[in-house]
Design a binder for this molecule. Structure first.
Ligand SMILES: NC(=O)C1=CN([C@@H]2O[C@H](COP(=O)(O)OP(=O)(O)OC[C@H]3O[C@@H](n4cnc5c(N)ncnc54)[C@H](O)[C@@H]3O)[C@@H](O)[C@H]2O)[C@@H](O)CC1
Ligand SMILES: [K+]
Length: 481
């Protein structure tokens, strides 16, 4: 698992490390990483390093200092470097002196746009982890002029470091070189960061418990249930799916099929689409009603069941079975409208809610807003449930405050029925015995991989995502060391 730390925690860790490190050493280490990657980008985008033109956008803090030192290092490789200082009187003095010693030039702010237009590469050192609010107008104006590839120092300026939110002009980086720790922006707004390159400046021991976590392929591969020599169809967990209706059987077919594709445990379906499910997936044991469905190790309830009393009865029954429940789609609306249905839940029964933004607002009375991490954490605490908030990057919070982030792999999953596939995957992992927080995170990871594999660069349907599940699992396993 990769840890991700908020800017407050990174700053505290940096302060502790700075106290025991020679002055300027950390910044030079960070800046050297920026320069190495800048040279790589010049070679890639402009065909050579020496003789190319780099423009540094330099703010008033240490982020600008990093950019200035990186410029000094690039001069040694024969790169032409010009620095546009947003606040000349506050530019990092040692960095500025180093750049000037190395033969870099400082250009007036008013000439910035002209220099930017002729640059082979722009280094964004406007603002780093101490950014506050939208970019100031002079910085915003410069950012809007950029057409060359951009290398962001630590994070793309204009994107809120802890939430990834953008309000006004912001850098869209080709790559971001970050130091010491991944920060929330890198996983919450990956599009603005481009490729994220990590430079170790020795913060590791100072960081403590991460604020957010991201699963690696190795975590997903290790968690994914595989049948062993002594397994049978029951021992791997039976997934129950209560979804769809006679008029709308699609959700039932997709959710049940995703559970079938995910694991080799058995899948039971209960609902009015039993015939259609059985016809498409003969391996599913399908029945017309949840009340005679038999034992399962986890229930997926909600997609397409409707929000009336019949749907309510199904949800209440599932919540009373003493097994984990993944409540999705209509089940979330039912809970939002009639929170008392949760009285049917035994306090020890794990509950997993999987809302998209609209359902989240219905459920909690408030849209997730720009701070999605805070919103999902609060919802998890309030409902004493694991909450998976769908979005470009998917977030999974548990009542104890742990949050997993699943970074988007494009927008391929924004298609009808994609959520039904996710709930089936999640249900199968719950049935296999994974703890709900991890089950939801692992399911989101495989869902995103399957979306990418199904799409291969062109739009994909939910059926395509469903078909790609086994390859997504193979991919995660092949990437695990
Ligand atoms: N502290 C350390 O040990 C290290 C810090 N490093 C760098 O230092 C950065 C943090 O530096 P600082 O804390 O000095 O602060 P920053 O450089 O992140 O930014 C603070 C400055 O930016 C200006 N600013 C804030 N919000 C703005 C906005 N919306 N628009 C325009 N200007 C804005 C403020 O006037 C302030 O002076 C990190 O992101 C990293 O790049 C690295 O050199 C590694 C070592
Ligand atoms: K920056």
């Amino acid at each position: 698992m990769r840890g991700i730390w908020t800017t407050d925690h990174v700053r505290q860790a940096e302060d502790r490390l700075l106290a025991v490190t020679p002055e300027g050493a950390l910044m030079r280490r960070a800046a050297h990483g920026v320069a190495v990657h800048a040279a790589r980008m010049l070679a890639e985008h402009a065909g050579s390093v020496s003789g190319r033109r780099v423009v540094l956008l330099v703010g008033a803090g240490n982020n600008g200092g990093d950019a200035l030192w990186a410029g000094a290092f690039l001069r040694k490789r024969g790169v032409g470097v010009a620095a546009v200082l947003l606040k000349p009187e506050k530019a990092h003095p040692q960095g500025l002196a180093a750049l000037c010693r190395a033969g870099g030039r400082v250009v007036p702010l008013a000439d910035g746009p002209q220099w930017i237009e002729n640059a082979d590469l722009v280094v964004d050192g406007i603002v780093g982890i101490s950014a506050k609010g939208p970019l100031r107008p002079d910085a915003a104006e410069l950012v809007e002029r950029v057409t060359a590839p951009v290398l962001a120092v630590d994070l793309p300026s204009g994107v809120e470091p802890d939430t990834g939110a953008v309000d006004g002009a912001a850098v869209a980086a080709t790559a971001t070189v970050t130091f010491g720790a991944l920060k929330p922006v890198h996983v919450l707004n990956p599009e603005r960061c481009g490729e994220v390159v990590f430079v170790d400046i020795g913060l590791g021991d100072e960081l403590g418990e991460p604020d957010l976590r991201r699963l690696d392929a190795a975590d997903v591969a290790a968690a994914w249930p595989m049948p062993g020599p002594s397994d049978n169809k029951y021992s791997q967990g039976v997934t129950g799916v209560a979804a769809g209706s006679a008029a709308y059987p699609g959700a039932a077919v997709l959710a049940a099929a995703a559970a079938v594709r995910a694991t080799s445990g058995m899948v039971r379906y209960a609902g009015h689409a039993a015939d259609v499910v059985r016809w498409h997936w003969p391996e599913v044991v399908a029945t017309g009603s949840i009340f005679d469905a038999g034992r399962v190790q986890a229930w997926v309830v909600g997609p397409g069941i409707g929000t009336g009393s019949a749907g309510r009865d199904v949800l209440v029954h599932a919540l009373g079975q003493g097994v984990p429940v993944c409540a999705d789609a209509d089940a979330i609306t039912i809970i939002a409208e009639r929170p008392e249905v949760l009285d049917a839940r035994d306090p020890d029964t794990p509950l997993l809610l999987t809302p998209h933004d609209g359902e989240f607002e219905r459920l909690t009375g408030k849209a997730p807003g720009p701070d999605r991490v805070a919103a999902v954490r609060e919802a998890a605490r309030r409902f004493d449930a694991v909450v998976l908030l769908k979005g470009h990057s998917t977030l999974v919070a548990d009542p104890a405050g742990r949050v997993l982030v699943n970074k988007a792999r494009g927008s391929w999953l924004a298609t009808a029925g994609s959520g039904d596939v996710l709930s089936g995957l999640t249900g199968a992992l719950l049935a296999s015995g994974l703890e709900p927080w991890l089950a939801a995170g692992v399911a989101a990871d495989i869902h995103a991989r399957a979306g990418e594999l199904a799409a291969r660069g062109v739009p994909a349907s939910a059926s395509g995502v469903l078909a790609a599940i086994p390859d997504a699992v193979r991919q995660a396993r092949s990437l695990a060391p």
